[in-house]
Write a protein of this length. Structure first.
Length: 208
């Protein structure tokens, strides 16, 4: 079984990143994280990387004169690390079409809701849980999907439901959803490591 080379992008605390690191170290995910990239130099995700001897890279658009120069640097880092998959773990910037095209069906994201519902612009973090509760839905969940040029739109790899309880607040729902995120993201990565997923007609299918 091939060990996947991953580069993780994160902007904040990186709890999903930590869960993936822990599952790799526990032997549950056949992968290695070659680098962690953040647009925020003070993000705790970079500290998490350093604690596990993973290269921690601060890379922001503000460091470059043009978006193309930023993409040049980003793509060179990915190429240097022979990346199989880019893992978005709370990355609060949109990747350019150029980067997405270069790694088509090789960029994974996790969303704290059941796509295609409660996705799109502005639907991230606590805003998703607020929208779920406002809608009166009795079920929320988690989606791991491949990234394309449209926000929260690419082929869905895995989904798992999380019941909405009568007394839920956005914060309490977020806590329960996050526990499932920590499990499901690693499961999705392992499916690719085991070569169990193929993309046909812009959809992810389990191989027979």
């Amino acid at each position: 079984m091939k060990k996947l080379n991953l580069v993780a992008f994160a902007s904040g605390g990186g709890t999903n990143l930590q869960a993936i690191i822990d599952n790799i170290e526990a032997g549950k995910v056949n992968a290695r994280i070659k680098a962690v990239i953040s647009n925020n130099s003070k993000a705790f995700c970079l500290e998490r990387a350093r604690k596990h001897n993973i290269p921690a890279i601060h890379l922001s658009h503000k460091m470059f004169a043009t978006p193309d120069e930023f993409d040049d640097k980003l793509l060179s880092v990915l190429k240097e690390n022979e990346v199989d998959f880019v893992i978005l773990a709370g990355y609060m910037k949109i990747l350019s079409p150029r980067v997405i095209k270069a790694y088509k069906n090789k960029i994974l994201n996790i969303h704290p809701g059941l796509l295609p519902h409660f996705g799109g612009k502005g639907m991230y973090g606590i805003h998703v849980h607020e929208a779920v509760l406002k809608s009166g839905m009795k079920v929320s969940g988690v989606t791991v999907h491949l990234v394309d040029e449209i926000y929260d739109h690419g082929p869905i790899v895995l989904q798992k439901c999380v019941p909405v309880e009568d007394h839920d607040t956005p914060e309490s729902l977020a806590q329960r959803v996050l526990k499932v995120e920590h499990q499901l993201y690693s499961e999705a990565i392992q499916l690719f490591a085991e070569d169990k997923i193929e993309i046909r007609d812009n959809k992810a299918h389990f191989k027979r």
